[in-house]
Design a protein around this ligand. Structure first.
Ligand code: C2E
Ligand code: MG
Ligand code: MG
Ligand code: MG
Length: 277
């Protein structure tokens, strides 16, 4: 009896696992044609200086308009692309090129220069030619390197401290800015901060969301702001959703803020209308 029930459990889970594996497989094969069929696009979300409300940058966020499934968010397809490896390289390269093209288009339109932040996957950073690829793009689109910032997570850096450090240094030597994304949620080691030449810490939204309700989150946000100041790094809070969170950031002299309070990620033309209008 027990044995039968045990089997039953396995039978219960197996179809669910198969279904997920099948979905990933399907996404992966659809992703292969997504670039060629023009289904990927970059949305942009403003980054603001608390207090003055001046725009200090914009983050490029990837969107996939699937012909049957509709809009798919990166949390669902980036891991699939990363598993395949080369898919992530082609998508990641496409993202950086698209961001550079957008920066050039905005300059040509006469808008004030905006630093665009782009998320980078560990898979891209493992490629030894990554920094050369980026350097060529800056040349092709006639951009100064300070107009581009690459966002890396702590876990990327910690997973391969030596290799990543080498790539990060090359990128930094070119004058491109580096931000640590989701800061505070990766490994707890801070030692990389003294060795890695980064420019900015992005405080993870899980802390920012709880600023008002959880004293520990508030203390962590304050401590990260102080630490960034001490290290001479820029610091920006992600996930700012309301005036109260803004007030907290102003009070604690946080340099930057990004979140639904100022605007969700939107298409380039909507971004122009709303922030360059
Ligand atoms: P991330 O880089 O930490 O980006 C911030 C995420 O938080 C974005 O989700 C953004 O839409 C969301 N967000 C911004 N403000 C708020 C807010 O006030 N409240 C809440 N609840 N959320 C907010 P999104 O666009 O779904 O992207 C999720 C993650 O996917 C990104 O996290 C990043 O890790 C990854 N990703 C996005 N685009 C790319 C890309 O081009 N390449 C790579 N490798 N990863 C990407
Ligand atoms: Mg990011
Ligand atoms: Mg983040
Ligand atoms: Mg994230």
């Amino acid at each position: 009896q027990a044995k039968a029930r045990g089997r039953g459990c396995i039978q219960f889970f197996a179809p669910e696992m198969n279904r997920r594996a099948a979905e990933r497989h399907e996404l992966e094969s659809d992703l292969r044609t997504a670039i060629a069929q023009d289904q990927l696009s970059l949305y942009f979300q403003p980054q603001i200086a608390p207090g003055t409300e001046q725009m200090i940058g914009a983050e490029a966020l990837l969107r996939w308009h699937h012909p049957q499934k509709g809009l798919i968010l990166p949390a669902r397809f980036i891991p699939v692309a990363e598993d395949s490896g080369h898919l992530m390289v082609s998508i990641g390269n496409w993202v950086i090129e698209k961001a550079c093209a957008q920066a050039r288009a905005w300059l040509d339109a006469g808008y004030p220069p905006v630093r665009i932040s782009v998320n980078v996957s560990i898979v891209q950073l493992r490629n030894k030619d990554f920094s050369i690829y980026v350097e060529n793009l800056l040349q092709r689109y006639r951009l100064t390197p300070d107009l581009l910032q690459l966002e890396l997570t702590e876990s990327i850096i910690m997973s391969d401290i030596a290799g990543a450090a080498e790539q990060v240094r090359k990128i930094k030597d070119m004058g491109i800015h580096i931000a640590i994304d989701d800061f505070g949620t990766g490994y707890s080691s801070l030692s990389y901060l003294k060795d890695l030449p980064v420019h900015e810490l992005k405080i993870d939204k899980s802390f920012v969301h709880n600023i008002l309700t959880d004293v520990n989150s508030a203390a962590i946000v304050k401590a990260i702001i102080r630490m960034a100041q001490g290290l001479g790094l820029r610091v920006i809070a992600e996930g700012v959703e309301n005036q109260e969170a803004m007030d907290f950031l102003i009070q604690n002299e946080c340099e930057g803020a990004q979140g639904y309070f100022f605007g969700k990620p939107i298409t380039p033309s909507a971004f122009e209308a709303q922030f360059f209008g």
